[in-house]
Structure formats: C-alpha cells, structure tokens
Design a protein around this ligand. Structure first.
Ligand SMILES: Nc1ncnc2c1ncn2[C@@H]1O[C@H](COP(=O)(O)OP(=O)(O)O)[C@@H](O)[C@H]1O
Ligand SMILES: Nc1ccn([C@H]2C[C@H](O)[C@@H](COP(=O)(O)OP(=O)(O)O)O2)c(=O)n1
Ligand SMILES: [Mg+2]
Length: 228
C-alpha cells in the first residue's frame, strides 16, 4: 500500500528540475565586508537520494572545498551526550520534516568556524525551507557569501530506490519516511531553489547519470564559477 502511495506521489511530483538556466551569476553578499572576511559558501540542494553527499565528497577531495552536511551535523548532535535537542532532531528526521533553523544554522556556523579559513564550504542539504533561508540570512548576515547553488536534479523514483538501497542504517531511509521527505522537498525545498534561480545563482546538474559523468559536469560548474 505504501509503495503504491509513494509511486502515486512520484507521478504527481513533476516539479523536480528547472528548465536549462541561462543566467549571469550575481554574487549575493551579506553586509559590506569583503569576500576575504566572509565564508565562501556553495549551497548543495536536491531531492533525498539525488547524490548530494556523494558529489560533495568528490568536490572536497578534488577542489579543496570543505563538505558540511546539515543532515550529518544534525545526526551527530542527536547522538551527542547531553544534547538537549536529540529527541527533537530524531522526531523531525523520522517524520521527514525540517528541524528549526536555530539548531541547524548554529551547527553549520560552528563547523565553519572550526575549519578556519577554508577556500569554501559546501553546505549540503541547506537551506531546505523558508525558515532555514530566513534564519541563515539573519544569523549569517555579513559572515557568508553564497557563491552559487548547486542543484542536483533527479527523478524521484531513482532517488527513492537509491535511498532504500543506501545501506547506511538510517532511520529515515524507509518508505514511510521517504514519502514525507519527498513531500517536504516538493512543497518546501523546491521553492527555495526557485528563489535562488530568480537571482541567477542556481547551477543545475542532472544527477540520474553515473557518478563520474555527474561529477565531470559539476567540476565544470566550479571551474566556471572560480574563473569569474
Ligand atoms: N550518480 C549516481 N548513480 C548511482 N548511485 C548514486 C549516484 N549518486 C549517489 N548514488 C548512491 O545513491 C545513494 C544516495 O546518495 P547520497 O549521496 O547519499 O544522496 P543525498 O545526499 O542526496 O541523499 C548512495 O547509496 C549513493 O552511493
Ligand atoms: N537543513 C536541514 C537538513 C536536514 N534536516 C533533517 C531532515 C532531513 O530529512 C534529514 C536528513 O537530511 P540529509 O540531508 O542527511 O538527507 P539526504 O542526504 O537528502 O538523504 O535531516 C533538517 O531538518 N534540516
Ligand atoms: Mg545526503
């Protein structure tokens, strides 16, 4: 029954990728500081299972960006001895809903501070909704420069199969949680991608192809962005 419901949702979730984007890059800076004083950030967005973590690991290995997965940071906080947010985080993760930005953004900022002056940060799986976006703008104003948004677009049917076969023992890689996570992506995250598209900041790469093919296109995106 659940599988049927999930596939019914897939058929309805047509809004998964943007048309090819022809846009000039506009850097969105927060505050008046120069680039050198601010963390250089690339947001990495896409449906669950689109390959964000996999591609970010390859970018980190080859292009000297530091990979910060919001999901990984939240899972670590969930496990942290004495964390007051463990149960809250677990309920959101299982429910496929989004943790309040005050928690997630602080984890991200602390991680960036701990890395010192990295060339740039891949902020994977963030901002996932309007609360994330507003909270980032408020907390990171003057501290971060968003270079661009890497959007990995992928048919949800492929994404779901990948998550079900991911084998990482996650509490949210099951049909019930995935149904909710896909709903969250369609209703809350895709509008954030469209928001950044309006500023010409989105770089879409289709990620249903083999990893190396996807990464080759991603590398071209970073080369172009770092030439400007
Ligand atoms: N291009 C690809 N082709 C086939 N499998 C992939 C590809 N990219 C990622 N995967 C696999 O799909 C699963 C989800 O990838 P992951 O990087 O965790 O996605 P996300 O972080 O977007 O949820 C992992 O098991 C990963 O090995
Ligand atoms: N900005 C974020 C990122 C993740 N979360 C929570 C809710 C998400 O479904 C889970 C898992 O996120 P994660 O990015 O690890 O998931 P995928 O890699 O896309 O499969 O964490 C969040 O609440 N806020
Ligand atoms: Mg991931």
């Amino acid at each position: 029954m659940l599988a049927f419901a999930l596939h019914a949702l897939i058929r309805s979730s047509h809004r998964l990728s943007l048309s090819t984007l022809h846009s000039t890059r506009q850097s969105v800076s927060f505050g008046t500081l120069t680039r050198n004083d601010m963390h250089n950030v690339v947001f990495v967005l896409g449906p669950p299972g689109s390959g964000k973590g996999t591609i970010c690991a390859k970018i980190q290995e080859n292009l000297n960006y530091v990979h910060l997965s919001a999901g990984d940071l939240l899972r670590a906080e969930r496990q942290r001895e004495g964390s007051e947010f463990g149960a809250l985080i677990e309920s959101h993760i299982k429910n496929g809903s989004i943790v309040p930005v005050e928690i997630t953004c602080s984890l991200l900022e602390n991680a960036m501070k701990a890395c010192g002056d990295a060339k740039g940060f891949l902020v994977d799986g963030f901002p996932r909704n309007e609360d994330n976006l507003q909270g980032w703008n408020k907390q990171m104003d003057g501290k971060a420069l968003v270079q661009f948004v890497l959007f990995l677009s992928c048919p949800v049917s492929i994404c779901i199969e990948r998550c079900l076969n991911r084998g990482q023992g996650r509490t949210d890689d099951n049909e019930e949680s995935l149904k909710k996570r896909v709903e969250t992506y369609n209703q809350q995250t895709f509008p954030i991608i469209e928001h950044f598209e309006k500023s010409g900041l989105v770089r879409e790469v289709k990620s249903e192809r083999p990893v190396d093919v996807v990464y080759a296109d991603v590398e071209k995106v970073f080369d172009a962005a770092n030439k400007k």
